[in-house]
Design a protein around this ligand. Structure first.
Ligand SMILES: NC(=O)c1ccc[n+]([C@@H]2O[C@H](COP(=O)([O-])OP(=O)(O)OC[C@H]3O[C@@H](n4cnc5c(N)ncnc54)[C@H](O)[C@@H]3O)[C@@H](O)[C@H]2O)c1
Length: 269
C-alpha cells in the first residue's frame, strides 16, 4: 500500500520550525472508480484507498477488479469489487440501485473506464464508432444519473471524468475516441454548472501518453515519435494521474469545478 510513501512525500510541508499538515480529508467517504482493474484506474483506486476512502472498484472483468479490491483490503485499506460493463445502461442502473441500497451515498465518482478502436475515418465501422462513444461517453452519463441524487441531498459530491489530450487536440485514426473524450469536456462543465448550488464539483483530467496496457501495444517507433512531442521527454505514469484525481476527490478541492487538467508532460499547452 502507498500510505507510508504518500505520507512521507507530500502530506507535510516543512517551513523552518513549523509543520503545516497537508493531509487530505477522506473520512467516511465512499468512492467508485470505473475501469479500476488495471492501469490508471487501479492507481486511482489505490491512491484513494491510501488516503482513507472506501473504494468500489468497477471493471468489466470480475477477476481484475476482485484482485485490486483484495490487494487494497490486504494492505489495510477498504475496497469492494463490482463487475459491470459500463457500456450496458441496464446493468449500470441496476448496479447503482444496489449500491444505494447498501450505502446511502457514493460521494466520489471517477469515470475512468475507456477503450480505443482506432482506424482512419474512411475505414472506421459504425460498430466501432458506437462502441467507443457508448463506453467512453454515454457510460459517464449512466453512472452520473444513477448516483447523483444522494449527492445533491448530502450537499457534497466529487465527479472526476478521465478524458485525454486527444479530446483537446484530436488525433488521426481516433475520430471516435477524440469525439468521446471531447464530449466529456462539455458534459463535465455542464454538470459543474447544474450542481454547483449543491456543492458538487465536476472536473476533467486529460492524461497524455501514460504507460499502461492501453499504450503497451504501440510500436517503438510510435513511442519515440510520441516522446518527441512531450517537453518533459517521458511518458506519464499511472500515479501521475492518480495524484491529481485524488486531490480533486478530496474535501480540500471544493473551490475547483468545471476545469480541465492536462497531465501530459507539457504536450498540450
Ligand atoms: N494510457 C494512456 O496513455 C491514456 C491517455 C489518455 C487517456 N487515457 C484514458 O485513461 C483511462 C484509463 O486508461 P488506461 O490506460 O488505464 O487503460 P487500460 O486499458 O489499461 O484500462 C482500462 C480499464 O477499463 C476497463 N474497461 C474497459 N471497458 C470497460 C467496460 N465496458 N466496462 C467496464 N470496464 C471497462 C478495463 O477492464 C480496464 O480495467 C481511459 O479512459 C483512457 O481513455 C489513457
Amino acid at each position: 500500500m502507498q500510505r507510508s510513501r504518500l505520507a512521507n512525500s507530500y502530506k507535510f510541508l516543512h517551513f523552518d520550525r513549523f509543520v503545516f499538515p497537508m493531509k487530505l480529508t477522506f473520512e467516511n467517504r465512499i468512492a467508485l472508480v470505473t475501469g479500476a482493474g488495471r492501469g490508471i484506474g487501479r492507481a486511482i483506486a489505490e491512491h484513494l484507498a491510501a488516503e482513507g476512502a472506501m473504494v468500489i472498484c468497477v471493471s468489466k472483468n470480475a477477476d481484475s477488479c476482485g484482485a485490486v479490491a483484495d490487494a487494497i483490503n490486504q494492505s489495510g485499506g477498504k475496497a469492494q469489487a463490482l463487475a459491470v460493463d459500463v457500456a450496458d445502461k441496464v446493468a449500470v442502473a441496476a448496479a447503482c440501485e444496489a449500491l444505494l441500497t447498501e450505502h446511502t451515498c457514493i460521494d466520489i465518482l471517477v469515470n475512468n473506464a475507456g477503450i480505443t478502436k482506432d482506424n482512419l475515418l474512411i475505414r472506421m465501422s459504425e460498430e466501432d464508432w458506437d462502441l467507443v462513444l457508448t463506453t467512453n461517453l454515454s457510460s459517464v452519463f449512466y453512472w452520473t444519473k444513477g448516483l447523483i441524487r444522494p449527492m445533491t441531498k448530502k450537499r457534497f459530491g466529487r465527479i472526476i471524468n478521465i478524458s485525454s489530450v486527444v479530446g483537446l487536440i484530436g488525433n488521426a485514426g481516433q475520430a471516435n475516441y477524440a469525439a468521446a473524450k471531447a464530449g466529456l469536456l462539455g458534459y463535465t462543465k455542464t454538470l459543474a454548472r447544474e450542481f454547483a448550488s449543491r456543492a458538487i464539483t465536476a472536473n476533467v483530467v486529460a492524461p497524455g501518453f501514460t504507460a499502461t496496457d492501453m499504450t503497451a501495444g504501440l510500436s517503438p517507433e510510435v513511442m519515440e515519435m510520441a516522446k518527441k512531442t512531450i517537453p518533459l521527454g517521458r511518458m506519464g505514469e499511472a500515479a501521475d494521474i492518480a495524484r491529481i484525481v485524488t486531490y480533486l476527490a478530496s474535501e480540500e478541492s471544493g473551490y475547483i469545478t468545471g476545469q480541465v487538467f492536462s497531465v501530459d508532460g507539457g504536450m498540450v499547452m
